[in-house]
Structure formats: C-alpha cells, structure tokens
Design a binder for this molecule. Structure first.
Ligand code: NPW
Ligand code: ADP
Ligand code: K
Length: 482
C-alpha cells in the first residue's frame, strides 16, 4: 500500500474524514504516544534522563501521552505553552543534559513565525547537541515549505505521523528533520489521497524476492555481464562484482581493462573475469549488462564507449549504467519495454542536465523526471539522502533507509552491482520498479543495520551483509546504541 507524500491541508482533511468515520482523536493520540515512547526507548539506555517538551496543541498531547509509556526512565515532562513561563526550571533540566529530548512543541499547527522567546529556547536546545526525537515535525519547521518559521528544532529523528509531509522531503528541511521515519498506522481512517510521490515501507517487500523453487538451477537466475574497472579504479569493479554476487544471479562475468585485470582477477572467485576487447559482442547470452563502476581513467577506449551506446540503444535485456559511463549515453530511444536504469548521484545528474548539483537538489523529483526524459524514459535512481526512484512520469518512490555513513567511496558501486544482479534474474524483471526499490531499500537497510552495531564499518562490511535485512522484521529501524 503506497504511502503518498501529502501537504498539511490534506493531513487536516484526512484527520477530519477520520473523525467523521467514527475514529476518535483521543484514541489516535494514545496510539501516537505509545509509538513515540517505543521509538524513544530505542534511543536511550535504561536510567538515562529523558526530557519531554509538550506544547499547547495536539503535538503536545502526543508528547504527554508518550511520557506515560516511559515508566522505566527518569523523565521530566515540561509543558511549554509560553516560553517565558517556567523557563528557569526548564533551563535547569537542560543543564543536566538529558540523553534524549522528545519534541512535542509544535507540529503541523504552527501558523506564524516564532517570536524571539521561542527562538531563544529552540536555540538553547539545538546548542545542547543532544539526541532529539521530534513528533510529526521538528518544532518550528513549516511542513509544507520545508523552511523554519524563524527557527526550528534540529532533530536526530523525526517520526512523522500518517504520511510524510511534503516539506520534510525538501533538502532545506533535512538539517532539521534528521532521519525521517513515517508511522503509517496511527489509527486514522484509510488515507483518502493518492499521489505521484510515495514513501517506501519495509512491508512493501514482504516475501520479496520470491522463494526459489526446489527444482531451480543456476540457468533460472540469469547471467550478468559487468563492464568495470580501469587503472586507478580497479576496486570499484571488485565492489560492483561483489554487490552483484549478493543478489545471487546465476552467473557473473566481469569484463575489465587489461591494465587492471591482474589486480582484479585474484580477488574474485565465483565471478568470471575477462579482459575486455572491442570484439566482444554484448549483450550476447547475458540477461543483463552493468556498465560504469571504475571506468574513470582518462584512456578508456572509444570502442568501450561505443559499445555502451550500442547496448543502451539496442539490447533487449536490462542495461544498468552508473558513474563515468553516464557521460557516454546517447540521447536516443531504446527498444520499447526494454529496461534501462541509471544510478546517478546529484553531481552526475547535474552533468546530464547541464546544470549545477545545487539546482538538482533544489527540486529532486523534477531533476529525476528531466534526466529520465532526456534519456528515453529510463528508470532513474537519484541517490543521496532519501534516494528517489522513478521515471519521466508515473510514481516516484522515496527510499527511507540508509544513513550518512553510506557516504563512503565505493558504496555506490556496491549498489549498482547489487541492483543489476537482481535485474538479471528473469523473475525480477517483471516489475522493475519494485526490484529497484527493493535494491535501494536493502542497501540502505543493511547500512542501518551495520550502523546500529558498530561505528567503523566500511564498504567491504556492507558487501558482506548486503541483502540480509528481513523486511518482515523491520517494524522499527535499527538504532545506534546510545
Ligand atoms: N493530523 C492528525 O491526524 C493528527 C495530528 N496529531 C498531532 O497534532 C498535531 C497538530 O496539532 P495542533 O493542530 O493542535 O497543532 P500544534 O502543532 O500542536 O500546535 C498548534 C498550537 O501552537 C500555537 N501556535 C502556532 N504557531 C505559533 C507560534 N508561532 N507561536 C506560538 N504559538 C503558536 C497555536 O496556538 P494559537 O496561539 O495560534 O492559538 C496552537 O495552540 C500534529 O502535528 C500531530 O502531532 C495527532 O495527535 C492526532 C492526529
Ligand atoms: N546522507 C546519506 N544518507 C543516505 N544515503 C546516503 C547518504 N549519502 C550517500 N548515501 C548513499 O551512498 C551511496 C553513494 O553512492 P555514490 O555517490 O555513487 O558513491 P561512490 O561512487 O563513491 O560509490 C548511494 O547509494 C547514496 O544514496
Ligand atoms: K514536534
């Protein structure tokens, strides 16, 4: 069930429709309180001090309810309807540096810029640099525009209720929102809206990929060709090949440039490694082709670039293009119904669009659509925080998993290999959008799992674990130990 990205007016309508359908506000607030408390308890160790800040609206009521479910922690509940009243008491609590602040000051009901007293209080909280769990919206942030109304809380985690509000997805909001989590079921009626932009939930992947039949053999799971690696960049080829291995296709062949063959081949066992030559005819018998990781050397043969254009234009099988090879793509159509995927980060997308990365980031869904349009309506995975997946029209999905520790050279190579390794499998070609969403989600969820257990993981660790997160067990995301 897709969760649409909505605006504040739609949230209000949904709320109204729910009360008309017989749901009650108090039941919803009770449920939100429980869910907030459950998430909060993941963020602190037993015995650590928790400060609950409750404003005068329903955001504050959510916070007050959460407090009731935190019996095992020392908790201060501070009602703040006027930041000039009881402020010295609040400052004393802040002086004790609570391990977690639950922010229930303002939600979607903020209706004017915060005055200087609110600004001072929020500044004090932000200066503490302690963990903050914001309920629904980081207090002070306009959930439609993604801009602070004067000032806003900088949350570690924002638990938004029902559906993501559009402003929380804008890069201007990211420093305030922190990690965005969506709690879809807070007891409201069915969401009356559908939208072009949707949020991915782990449960979207229950029983996906489907189990393999007992009679299966490797011929059933596709053969993938990976064209990757050049002098100075041989590791990217190894990482992409290992990423593809974690997708478990039938056979993987890596074609690489001669200069790096001997650095790459000994690192890979189950993967076949060959030297690329211009006589190689692709796609041949392959069920998918990945081109790009580590092809950044200055002397990539022109034949390889021509082969990329030819495979993109003509092959019937899925073609995934990443990194440097994105610059070689033709602005030409490809066969109808053929699967074409590109996986740019904002810098790469900006090169395709001949604009700046800043312009891409200013309107990521629009940049995704434009890139896809330019490249014949291919699928685009626009990477970064809240990776987007979609095409020139139709649904765009926002990926919820992953964290800034993925910002390590090579994690993108692991992703493109993994994603292409999945797409090589005939059963996973039927619904390419789902397969792409799954790959991106799994890559991010694996990073989250690693981050929850250790501080120093590297891309090689990611590759060991890639694909191991079970969607059915992802009720709450794993959390870094406090
Ligand atoms: N949507 C749903 O289905 C559900 C939503 N729920 C929750 O309710 C939240 C929305 O609650 P809400 O409508 O009571 O508004 P909220 O954000 O708590 O604050 C508004 C208060 O702030 C005040 N105020 C505003 N601006 C101000 C300013 N600049 N400076 C000072 N004051 C200002 C304004 O007072 P005013 O002075 O304007 O009279 C008002 O009293 C939502 O985010 C979610 O957490 C769930 O519990 C149930 C299901
Ligand atoms: N702040 C972040 N939050 C979540 N994911 C991130 C963040 N920064 C980077 N990533 C992810 O890390 C990967 C980096 O890929 P890329 O930029 O291509 O790196 P490389 O080319 O070095 O492998 C992408 O999957 C991207 O979505
Ligand atoms: K809040």
């Amino acid at each position: 069930m897709p969760i649409p990205v909505i605006n504040v007016a739609q949230m209000r309508e949904w709320e109204k429709a729910s009360w008309e359908a017989g749901k009650t506000e108090s039941e919803v607030i009770m449920r939100v309180g429980q869910l907030v408390a459950r998430r909060a308890s993941q963020m602190v160790r037993p015995g650590q001090l928790v400060l609950v800040l409750a404003g005068k609206g329903n955001n504050g009521n959510d916070a007050r309810r959460a407090r009731e479910h935190l019996a095992d922690w020392p908790v201060y509940l501070q009602d703040v309807s006027n930041p000039q009243e009881g402020i010295s008491e609040l400052h004393q609590i802040l002086d004790q540096r609570p391990a977690l602040i639950i922010d229930g000051l303002f939600g979607i009901g903020i209706n004017r810029p915060l005055d200087e007293h609110w600004a001072a209080l929020i500044q004090r909280i932000n200066d503490l640099q302690t963990k903050v769990l914001s309920i629904d919206v980081p207090s002070g942030l306009n959930a439609d525009t993604g801009e602070p109304m004067g000032t806003a809380i900088r949350a570690s985690v924002t638990m938004t209720l029902g559906a993501p509000k559009q402003g929380l997805l804008l890069p201007s909001a990211w420093p305030y929102v922190g990690r965005l989590e969506v709690v879809p079921d807070i007891g409201l009626a069915k969401c009356p809206f559908t939208g072009e932009t949707n949020w991915t939930l782990p449960e979207d992947f229950n029983n996906f990929p489907p189990e393999r039949p007992a009679t299966a053999h490797k011929g059933n799971f596709g053969r993938i060709a990976i064209i990757a690696g050049s002098l100075g960049y041989h590791g990217a080829a190894v990482l992409a090949a290992r990423g593809a291995q974690r997708a478990q296709p039938g056979l993987i062949t890596l074609y690489t440039n001669e200069e790096v063959y001997h650095s790459i081949a000994p690192q890979l066992q189950a993967v076949m490694v060959s030297i690329w030559n211009s006589k190689l005819s692709l796609p041949g018998d392959f069920n998918a082709v990945l081109i790009g990781p580590g092809l950044a050397a200055g002397d990539i043969p022109d034949d390889m670039k021509m082969m990329t254009r030819h495979v993109w234009r003509d092959a019937a099988v899925p073609v995934v293009v990443d990194a440097s090879a994105l610059d070689w793509l033709p602005l030409a159509p490809f066969p109808k119904n053929a699967i074409r995927v590109i996986t740019p980060h904002p810098g790469e997308a900006s090169r395709i669009l001949r604009c700046s990365a800043k312009q891409v980031e200013a309107n990521r869904p629009n940049a995704l659509r434009e890139v896809s349009k330019r490249l014949g309506n291919c699928w685009v995975v626009l990477k970064g925080n809240q990776t987007l997946i979609g095409r020139s029209s139709g649904e765009i999905y926002v990926n919820p998993s992953g964290n800034p520790y993925l910002a390590q050279g090579g994690s993108g190579d692991a992703l493109s290999g993994y994603l292409a390794g999945l797409l090589a499998q005939p059963t996973l070609q039927v619904d390419p959008l789902k397969t792409l969403r799954y790959a991106v989600w799994q890559h991010g969820a694996t990073a989250d799992k690693l981050t929850a257990t250790r501080n120093n993981w590297i891309v090689e660790d990611l590759l060991k674990e890639l694909g191991s997160v079970v969607p059915e067990l992802q009720d709450l995301p794993p959390s870094k130990p406090s």
